[in-house]
Design a protein around this ligand. Sequence first.
Ligand code: PBG
Length: 331
Amino acid sequence: MRPVSAPFPLTRLRRTRQSAAIRALVQENDLSVSDLIWPVFICDGDGVEQDVPSMPGVKRRSVDRVAEAAKEAQNLGIPAICLFPYTDPSLKTQDCAEAWNPENLSNRATRAIKTAAPDIAIMSDVALDPYNALGHDGFVVNGEIVNDETVEALVKQALSQAEAGVDIIGPSDMMDGRIGAIRDALEDKGFTNTMILSYAAKYASAFYGPFRDAVGASGALKGDKKSYQMNPANTDEALRLIERDLREGADMVMVKPGMPYLDICRRVKDTFGAPTFAYQVSGEYAMIMAAAQNGWIDGDKAMIESLMCFKRAGCDGILTYFAPAVARALA
Ligand code: PBG
């Protein structure tokens, strides 16, 4: 018998990494198509598909094409799609009235998707930025983003989305009190089954740049969003926001951006055990795609690895522009 002091490792952790079969057997987390929410951009017109230059492979689609894409996504097993409108600059005003127009792009797309792909869940974004001549998520009064007046408008926007048929309302504006106000209004109008996925811990991030191009908000935005979106240096504040939004009636919560904030995902999941999502945002997508297109990384492998890491960090699901590509890769 070899003495315990032998100069060999007694614990050979490599044993369970020796073959694909054994690695699969001991794997702790899994990535599946059912973890994905696919964000899509909608534009005006008919039969239109436009490339988004800063997001290779991502398109803006007219309502008819979004409906087709949703059907494809449904066939791929993607459980949910999230709508973002590219609003014509002529419809952007300081009162943001287009946000609750029943005939706005987002609401028309919702109805078209419900007809074309009734089984995919539809999530929508609640925030004024696509409709605001000043580019902010809330009303701007004397240079300030005003909270309570904005919340009243967000309630109107959320109700118009629920009326169009949205399943999951996604407030991304970071105003205080909006979850409770939207929940109350939904209950009041009989939308008791309409869910709220709160962008609860949303950071003021440089990684949203390509998205603002995609929805045409970059030009309009004056200044930054630091008075309402979170400081990237903070963690405890994220927990307070999540706690507050759950208390006000959020069914699910989100951390955003994703990859640089996996520590927040883990703390949120461990603390609350609520359905927790991360948004792998436009800048994260653009970084992976740019490096892959330059031949600097293997894009497909980086895509799967990045998404698996969200699962390891405790997320139940991920909003990702890669959703259809992942679904195909996993099929
Ligand atoms: C708007 C909104 C943003 C994103 C989702 N909803 C941008 C912002 O807050 O400026 C970013 C998504 C992405 O970058 O992929 N309220």
